[in-house]
Design a protein around this ligand. Sequence first.
Ligand code: GLU
Length: 469
Amino acid sequence: MEIITRFAPSPTGNLHIGSIRTALYSWLFARRYNGKFILRIEDTDCERSKSESVQSILDGLKWLGLYWDEGPYFQSKRLKRYQNIIKDMLNNGYAYKCFCSIKKLEEEKKNQILKGEKPRYNHACRYLKNNHFFDNDYVIRFKNPLSGKVIFNDKVRGKISINNEELDDLIIQRSNGIPTYNLCVVVDDLDMNVTHVIRGEDHINNTPRQINILKILGAKIPVYAHVSMIFNEEGQKISKRNNAINIMEYRNNGILPEALLNYIIRLGWSYGNQEIFTLKEMQSLFNLESISKSSSIINVKKMLWINKYYINNLSTNYLATILKEYIKKEKINIKNGPNLESLIDLFKTRNNTLKEIAKSCRYFYEEFFLSDKKDSNIYLVSSNVYILELIYRNISKILIWDSKEIFKIINNLSKEYVISIQIISTLLRFVITGNISSPSISSIIFLMGQEKTLLRIKNAIDYIKNLNN
Ligand code: GLU
């Protein structure tokens, strides 16, 4: 049997980390068994569906490399198919028209609540004869079985059993003729031969209803796996409507796709204590049995830790192509400065994201005014001129440009003039980068190049001399 999974988002908000987890699990499961992964956009709710959300779904999946084998199917383009199924269900007595007004239904609901009963449709129209003679507003309801049970084995939650008495006669077509979510999902899962439905636990209540419809359509019931909720760091449930961060924001913030997938797979799935998974490993190890029942909480620190791991372990060439995007956003022209590969090598043990690297490397490419820099009055003082002049002289003498040579110069000066290496390094850092923190100063000077380094030291000396004149 070919494994077929699907990711079926409604385009009613940003694609967030919870939806991506569902997509990832469905994608991995299909990949593991050489199956098929389908993308289906559930856009029958015309009022809430937005084209920006569709775009966010497509962009997010592509960015993360979760390519689909089929689709995207749009439910809005399959309305005829659903309506035909509904027509058949009406003709075969599996569905009926309901003419009850919203007002009447609301009153009924209020009364039921007052009586302490669970609100449900009272079946008023279920037994109407010749209901096709009515031509006013109506919805179409599914004739849910009145007795018996729906039992299914959820791969995450185990055996779930619901009495049919508990289930309402579900509306499958609205009064505007548009079929509802539960009907469309069922028809699609059937038509697309979906074998495994992996989705959020917010759909668990829909499952018995969907199974009942699938049964009357003669479908093979798919395997279900309902994954638990994700909470944000503030402890709120992540929801499309209010607090969901668009997955592309993680990209804007410098998270690598590899790191994000690795982070997300662990939000509710485990393989022993292993934290780092290559994509290959994910594809060969992922299973439904190890999905956790408990909810998960976003932990940004951990995400950054994983991101840093990938910055230190992916190929520098690849990282450089991504760093380029962030450099572009910073509007830095890298023509006259070190190449991006060497920036990555220099910063990778210090920074968590490529965005941070892009933000901290400007001084390599652009001149700056020492007078603009905070603390210039601390470092640009006349007592420092002689050290700067000594360094200038020594650096200008280097014939073969090499960071070890630079280190040696600083070290020797420190010994000879009994000034700590730290003091010399901080002064040089300030003069060359405008900051007092940076990677090792000899590496910075090495990457900066001899000419630019000498120019900046000279500028600093001139600056101090001017100040004192
Ligand atoms: N369209 C639903 C949603 O976005 C998912 C439906 C399903 O996976 O069955 O929540």
